[in-house]
Design a binder for this molecule. Structure first.
Ligand code: ZN
Length: 531
């Protein structure tokens, strides 16, 4: 997709002003800015709880919260402006809630292992500084990391600026998915909330106590650690692995009971028919993936009868459902030779990281997935002497998830917006940009822009019980807001037309958040030449 053209004298000058503001503003001034009043004037408010837009509104923010919303018709109620208030001219702009991605993973740099990170500290440092900005760049002011710990959150929040971030504790079954990907014995300390079932007690890792890993104990521990939700898993494996242990229904029912008693919603990793039925049977709140592993192939637009019986239960039980279609594209795109020269990447990834992805070391996950594909092809055609390492053909699972998503959108199911960025150690799920790509996949699948807007704001906030804080533009809520050039209920292009990102009342210019300042400098040069 080409860049938005922003030629013309006015755009060039304002862009320059924005950049110089960036250099002048310092973290020290930030506390002062927060105490100041912020007024967004003459703006069109678009918020999911409102049936229509509120035209020509003035929105006041003080100490990070929305304190007043007034229109000219109710001019008498408009609060008098405090001296020294920061004002933004909202004419021809839309003010919306900041977006929420209810499924991200923030511990790792996409496509980089821990060892590789240690071997390339400069690339890694620059990447870790940029990643929070890249989410903000595409309008995400709140993130839910579905598998983290207080230590992981502390590291993530040490960056500035950073979206508001919350976490779920990962209650994986001991040695099941995704713990199986971590080397022993380090996996046991990396997964403090793992579940241990009765039958595994004899094979306990050194130092582990089964009593600390019952559903009840795990929930108590993550709640005390500050988690706002629980992530658990039903996955027998993929890529040649099909025999991973999965939890019993009794274990997950106990987990759900304990979680609900503690006020925590439960997310289940489930992308197969068997797994989603398991989730519906055990009473989880959110199914954290689309339905793409089933035995039949759907017609282009319609799920199979087997899929439909699952989706009808999802609709009836009002279970949250995250399509995460981009997960499948993120695997396919590893095999697209042009992916790393996509002109959108320098907006969200430092050049040094993009270049590293192109090295043979940076291609490790591509080679691993290619090996899996070649391995299964070799097994299927043992007589062939040549097996090409080809791009995996995911057209059938993609058709399934799109058919399922379309069906749920038509039936007004509780779709949630979650990207699962990055869904694997793939560099083809770039932070921030991946969410914008997911929106395109959802549109493709028949979800409307208005449904995407609601899913990424109010529905996500409700799913993690943060709707008293965020998800709408209402008095009393935290001022996580976006100023956009287009109405996001009409077009998802609006999310690439972000003018300002406001986090807790702090106003960020979108251009400040881009990964490559040279990229914007060159755009400004072009604009200056055009003056
Ligand atoms: Zn995930």
């Amino acid at each position: 997709m080409p860049f938005r053209k922003t030629g013309g004298r006015r755009a060039g000058v304002s862009r320059l002003a924005a950049l110089s503001g960036f250099w002048i503003a310092s973290a020290l001034q930030w506390a002062e800015v927060l105490a100041q009043e912020l007024r967004i004037e003459h703006v069109t408010v678009v918020s999911p709880e409102r049936p229509g837009a509120l035209q020509n509104a003035d929105v006041t923010v003080r100490e990070g919260r929305i304190t007043a919303i007034s229109t000219e018709s109710s001019g008498n109620n408009a609060p008098t402006r405090a001296t020294g208030a920061q004002t933004l001219d909202g004419r021809r702009l839309y003010l919306t809630p900041g977006l929420i991605d209810s499924h991200v993973h923030l511990s790792f740099i996409p496509g980089m292992t821990d060892e590789q990170e240690r071997a390339h500290p400069d690339i890694a440092r620059t990447a870790r500084e940029q990643i929070p900005r890249s989410y903000l760049y595409f309008g995400f002011t709140t993130l839910i990391d579905l598998i983290s710990t207080p230590e992981g959150m502390k590291r993530w929040k040490s960056h500035d600026p950073v979206p508001d971030t919350y976490f779920c504790g990962g209650a994986a079954l001991m040695d099941g998915y995704p713990m199986n990907y971590f080397p022993k014995p380090a996996r046991y300390s990396a997964w403090p909330y793992m579940l241990i079932e009765q039958q595994a007690v004899e094979a306990l890792p050194p130092g582990a106590k089964a009593a600390e890993h019952s559903p009840q104990a795990v929930i108590e521990r993550m709640k005390a650690d500050g988690a706002i939700c629980v992530k658990t898993f039903f996955e027998r494996g993929f890529g040649g692995v099909h025999d991973l242990p999965v939890p019993t229904p009794e274990t997950i029912k106990s987990l759900v009971r304990a979680a609900h008693a503690a006020g925590l919603p439960v997310f289940l990793h489930a992308n197969s028919d068997e797994a989603q039925i398991f989730g519906l049977d055990t009473g989880v709140d959110v199914i954290a993936h689309g339905l793409w592993n089933v035995n039949d192939t759907p017609a282009p637009d319609a799920p199979t009868p087997g899929m439909r019986s699952i989706l009808d239960r999802v609709i009836a039980a009002r279970v949250g459902w995250q399509p995460t279609i981009q997960v499948l594209y993120g695997l396919q795109d590893l095999f697209d030779a042009g992916f790393l020269s996509d002109p959108r990447l320098p907006r969200v990834l430092p050049r040094s990281l993009i270049d590293w992805y192109g090295t043979s070391e940076g291609q490790w996950f591509h080679d691993a997935v290619g090996g899996d594909v070649a391995g299964s092809a070799a097994a299927a055609h043992a007589a062939d002497s040549h097996v090409e390492v080809a791009r995996p053909d995911l057209s059938v699972p993609i058709a399934r998830v799109k058919a399922a998503t379309r069906y749920l959108a038509q039936h007004r199911a509780r779709l949630l917006f979650g990207t699962d960025t990055p869904s694997a150690p793939t560099y083809a799920n770039p932070p921030g940009l991946n969410a914008w790509l997911e929106m395109h996949r959802l549109i493709d699948a028949g979800v409307t822009p208005a449904q995407i807007f609601e899913a990424a704001t109010l529905r996500n906030a409700q799913a993690v019980k943060l709707d008293h804080e965020i998800g709408t533009v209402e008095v009393g809520k935290r001022a996580n807001l976006l100023l956009l050039r287009a109405d996001p209920r009409q077009t998802i292009q609006a999310y690439d037309e972000v003018v300002k990102v406001i986090v807790g009342g702090r106003v960020l210019d979108r251009d400040e958040l881009a990964a490559d300042p040279r990229f914007f400098a060159s755009e400004i040069t072009r604009e200056l030449t055009a003056l």
